[in-house]
Design a protein around this ligand. Structure first.
Ligand code: EPU
Length: 339
């Protein structure tokens, strides 16, 4: 276990916001986490668990303890000719895990290539991209109860996964810390899942129609559209794609016949927030030290030296424009921490 005092979080949030935490503690095992949860320091301070910091926006210094998992390991715990269940430590880098699966020719997570962050965060917000989401492969999530220190394993059903959503963001927010995630991957009978518009076209370019080609295609698209956080601070999509009723969408279509959508059910559709933001003229626009990315309007960027409030102010202006023009409310996908 490692404890740091008065710790700069600059390298622990992909927005590149320079704030400090009173304490930053990294633990290596479930036992160390349990020991920490019983400690006087945590009894006296507020605390939060972070992963790779790729979906966080800090507004102020954090007056408490930040916990970070270094629980590592990728172990096969079940397997047959057709599938493997891997138990993965929460502290593993997500994309290293995807790379591992692709190298073994295990199918199921290749569409989620290149997503920053760590494995422990993936069930919390059910990460998704290019027609796939973590929930498609997660079979169980091991956690520790923050109050009692007891271990509990959630089945996928108990996680109540939804679009960028799970029980860990709602009823159990802050109540459990994820320690291991179990993924079920296919070893035989894999079929590419490349129906998502831009992926379909990119995949065409690859002669071998295998798992590695899907990863390469996804990485190529991401590379074109999404800024590299080490170069330009960002947290991927800043907003969720808003869900509206089909009847409201049809009303909007009369004025905006090109408005795209993803059908969710007979009653609801999701409108790409990036499209709405672009229509309001925000794409590529700079405001001081922050900007809306020029290749994907859903991504807000720190051009250097911005603070959390600069980002929030930009976000508020964008939300107001979208509300005025389309009558649609945008909800941030990023977790905003006021300190
Ligand atoms: N669009 C625009 N202008 C833009 C951006 C998008 O018009 O500036 C429109 C286009 O019509 C495009 C459609 O929006 O065809 C969809 O765009 P894209 O394929 O980039 O996907 P998205 O819906 O904007 C979601 C995820 C991304 C994920 C991509 C790819 C959310 C909030 N975001 O974005 O996830 O990579 O799909 O599957 O669901 C993230 O969560 O951090 C993230 C990057």
């Amino acid at each position: 276990m490692k404890t740091y005092e008065n710790y700069s979080l600059l390298n622990n949030n992909t927005f590149g916001i320079d704030v400090k935490a009173n304490y930053f503690i990294e633990y290596d095992s479930v036992e160390e986490l349990q020991q920490l949860l019983r400690s006087d320091l945590l009894a006296e301070s507020k605390f939060m668990q972070i992963g790779g910091g790729s979906n966080l926006l800090f507004i102020n210094d954090y007056q408490g303890v930040i916990l970070h998992s270094k629980i590592m390991g990728i172990d096969a715990i079940e397997g047959s000719r057709c599938m493997a269940v891997l138990r993965v430590g929460a502290g593993e880098r997500w994309d290293s895990f995807v790379e591992y699966c692709v190298s073994k020719n295990y199918g199921g997570v290749e569409n989620l290539s290149g997503i920053p962050g760590e494995v422990g965060a993936t069930p919390v917000q059910n990460i998704g991209a290019y027609g796939a989401e973590a929930a498609n492969t997660i079979v169980a999530v091991e956690c520790v109860n923050v109050k009692t220190g007891e271990e509990r394993t959630f089945t996928a059903k108990e996680c109540q996964f939804g679009y960028r959503d799970s029980i860990f963001k709602r009823d159990y927010k802050g109540k459990y810390i994820v320690t291991y995630v179990h993924f079920k991957l296919s070893k035989a009978g894999w079929q590419p899942n490349v129906n998502y518009g831009s992926l379909k076209d990119e995949f065409e370019k690859y002669p071998d129609k295998n798992i590695a080609a899907v990863r390469s295609a996804v990485l190529a698209i991401r590379g074109r559209k999404l800024p590299e956080p080490k170069v330009l601070g960002n947290a991927g999509s800043f907003f969720m794609n808003p869900v509206v009723s089909r009847s409201y969408y049809e009303r909007l279509l009369k004025t905006y016949p090109d408005m795209p959508c993803y059908v969710i059910s007979d009653a609801e559709v999701k409108i790409p927030a990036g499209w709405l933001i672009e229509q309001c003229g925000w794409k590529g626009k700079s405001v001081g030290k922050v900007a809306v990315h020029g290749s994907q309007a859903l991504v807000l960027i720190n051009k250097g030296g911005a603070n959390g409030l600069d980002i929030i102010n930009l976000s508020d202006s964008i939300r107001a424009s979208v509300r005025t023009k389309f009558g649609v409310d945008l909800t941030p996908e990023v977790n905003i921490i006021f300190g």
